[in-house]
Design a protein around this ligand. Structure first.
Ligand SMILES: Cc1ncc(COP(=O)(O)O)c(C=O)c1O
Length: 425
């Protein structure tokens, strides 16, 4: 590991949580350079919904490269882009009766978020944006301004201009409807909150601790946005692409966002991001918002192949089936160890196990890793163990991963009891 410590910036992060050198990966498994095998409950933070080295996606990429297909084309018309647009329209838009224009942005999630904020401000001629407590939208300037967690906001030159954070669904407890709360601020000329160009949110706050917005809350928020002429931006970067069991995370709620940001698993594992916007919002002048790596053609090929998972209901149904397994097993774990006061939240194949005791979740993730499970934390204080397996994981591997969490908790608690007994003795 010395080369990483010597040459790579202190900013490195996941290498600290998983201090081995990963070498190969297949499906839901990672292998290190010593041949050790790990179950992946992290999925590249939601980038590997279709699994590592998905054979169908790899085959499409290899064939494209072997045929000397265009890899980099700026935003020129290419066959790979044409095929992606056609497939997205046929597989995603038409069956859902949706109509959006597509804008390819730089290939990371934060590029799509920056673009969404810029577009909303331009179209509405207003500068304020409403974001939510515990939201996470990326770490470049604009995206950072709508991200909640202060940990990321340490730069002294950072201007937190024109963004107000409001309470997400459930933030003020189960009895307070935070859409009503927001409405009060927006309808009062003297509240100090400017009418925003847009409201940006995740339907499930993934990095923020797996907080799930209810369908009712999303519907009421959409009504508020429409009444007050505010654009609704859904950031579907982490929980879109099937994570909830439907392609878009908001489908169950029946809302129709004005703008949708997409990235992560969209590219089947390759860097790719884009924005969907209602047609009348597409007010860009040609070339007004560009970028060298918009719509990388290899990612188009991977993405087009990945979309074949949405030709039928199989993936969707299997996610919903596996979701029940995860929820039940996490609930069993929470009941088995009442001293943890653990809470289970989630939907589809994103679940959080919140353990309030400071530092316990961090130790738990570490112990899981020792037992061969790659799993990460989320929440303001890293208090939530986030279960995020590839959507294509098989039932046996899923159950094996969940049993590692159980085993690791048992081990940590018995260590604690032993330490206490020794202290008393
Ligand atoms: C909801 C959401 N939006 C935006 C981002 C930023 O994406 P990226 O890290 O690719 O810039 C993330 C990353 O985790 C995310 O979860």
């Amino acid at each position: 590991m010395r080369i990483f410590e010597e040459l790579e910036s202190e900013v490195r992060s996941y290498v600290r949580s998983f201090p081995v050198i990963f070498d190969t990966a297949e499906g839901s498994y990672l292998y290190d350079d010593q041949g050790n095998k790990y179950i992946d409950f992290f999925s590249g933070a939601g980038t590997l919904n279709y699994g590592h080295n998905n054979p169908k996606i790899n085959k499409a990429i290899i064939e494209y490269l072997q045929g000397n297909g265009i890899v980099h084309g700026l935003d020129k018309a290419t066959c790979a882009k044409r095929d992606f647009l056609q497939k997205f329209n046929d597989t995603i838009f038409i069956p859902r009766n949706l109509s959006y224009k597509i804008q390819f942005t730089g290939p990371t999630g934060t590029n799509a978020v920056e673009t969404a904020l810029k577009l909303a401000r331009m179209v509405k001629g207003r500068s304020n944006i409403i974001a939510f407590t515990n939201g996470f939208h990326g770490l470049t300037m604009g995206s950072l301004s709508v991200t909640g967690n202060n940990f990321y906001k340490d730069e002294s030159f950072y201007m937190r201009a024109n963004v107000d954070h409001m309470p997400f669904d459930g933030y003020l407890g189960p009895d307070i409807n935070t859409v009503d709360y927001l409405r009060r601020f927006l309808e009062d000329n003297s509240s100090g909150i400017d009418l925003p160009a847009a409201i940006i949110l995740e339907t499930i706050q993934a990095e923020g601790g797996v907080h799930v917005a209810s369908s009712k809350w999303l519907q009421e928020l959409q009504i508020l946005c429409r009444e007050l002429d505010i654009l609704m931006i859904i950031d579907d970067i982490q929980v879109g692409n099937g994570r909830t069991g439907n392609f878009f995370s908001f489908e169950e709620s029946g809302i129709t966002p004005d703008i949708i940001t997409m990235s992560k698993s969209l590219g089947g594992g390759l860097p790719f991001a884009m924005l969907l916007m209602r047609g009348e919002l597409d007010q860009w002048k040609p070339g007004e918002h560009t970028g060298t790596f918009r719509g990388n053609n290899l990612a188009f090929v991977a993405a087009t192949e990945a979309l074949t998972y949405w030709d039928d209901e199989n993936l969707s149904e299997s996610v919903k089936y596996k979701s029940d397994i995860v929820r039940e097993e996490l609930k069993n774990i929470a009941e088995k160890y009442p001293e943890l006061d653990a809470k289970v939240r989630g939907k589809g194949l994103i679940y959080g196990l919140e353990i309030p005791q400071r530092g316990f979740s961090a130790n738990l993730a570490k112990t899981c890793f020792k037992h061969g499970l790659v799993i990460e934390l989320s929440g303001a204080e890293d208090e939530v163990l986030k279960v995020l397996p590839p959507l294509v994981i098989d039932e046996e591997t899923l159950k094996e991963g969940l049993s590692i969490i159980d085993k690791a908790i048992e081990q940590l608690l018995s260590k604690k009891k032993d330490a206490l007994t020794k202290k008393i003795a």
